[in-house]
Write a protein that binds this ligand. Structure first.
Ligand SMILES: Nc1ncnc2c1ncn2[C@@H]1O[C@H](COP(=O)(O)OP(=O)(O)OP(=O)(O)O)[C@@H](O)[C@H]1O
Ligand SMILES: O=C(O)C1=C[C@@H](O)[C@@H](O)[C@H](O)C1
Ligand SMILES: [Mg+2]
Length: 165
């Protein structure tokens, strides 16, 4: 979910594992040459989701990387299948209060540019939590752990995780 720590914990995890880190939002921005928020403005959410699926298809085939997806990548069943079949999927759990605290000051999240962003976070989390749980091989509660500590705990958790083939 937005603010769960995919970019920050993901980058730290990749460093600990000695793997390349790719952030899918940043890869989309690099490919399109404009910010995600601009794609939402010009093409709407639908246009962004099409680009996201194409890029997810490309990057989820790349072996040995740590890939941070966007928070809404789980919405399409096609994306969930790619994730679950091609990788080890981690769901970073956090409460709506915590998520909102982390993203409140950031204007770069187009879905939160509404009159009541706090309520929107609750609504999006309620809608998506079952999808995150469904697609994940590992669910990890970041709580109030600092980034590096969360990444370290995740390394240990991944060591003891077996992924069904
Ligand atoms: N466990 C944590 N404890 C405290 N702060 C955190 C934690 N995880 C992330 N943060 C902070 O929350 C903010 C959002 O984190 P981040 O950008 O990694 O989220 P994200 O999951 O990539 O969100 P998005 O889907 O919008 O890209 C950052 O300022 C980050 O430093
Ligand atoms: O939660 C979402 O739907 C999104 C999260 C971001 O990572 C971006 O992918 C975009 O802002 C949409
Ligand atoms: Mg991110």
């Amino acid at each position: 979910m937005m603010g769960a720590g995919k970019t920050t914990i993901g980058r730290s995890l990749a460093k600990m594992l000695g793997r390349e880190f790719i952030d899918l939002d940043q890869a989309i921005e690099a490919r399109c040459g404009v910010p995600v928020s601009h794609i939402f403005e010009v093409e709407g959410e639908e246009g962004f989701r099409k680009r996201e699926t194409l890029m997810l298809d490309e990057y989820s085939r790349q072996p040995g990387i740590v890939l941070a997806t966007g928070g809404g990548a789980v919405l399409a069943a096609q994306n969930r299948h790619m994730l679950a079949e091609r990788g080890v999927v981690v769901y970073l759990r956090a409460s709506d209060d915590e998520l909102y605290r982390r993203v409140a000051k950031d204007r770069n999240r187009p879905l939160l540019q509404t009159a009541n962003p706090r309520a929107r976070v609750t609504e999006l989390l309620a809608q998506r939590a079952p999808l995150y749980e469904e697609v994940a091989h590992v669910a990890f509660d970041t709580g109030s752990m600092p980034i590096a500590q969360a990444a370290g705990a995740l390394v240990q958790l991944l060591k003891s995780t077996t992924v069904p083939s």
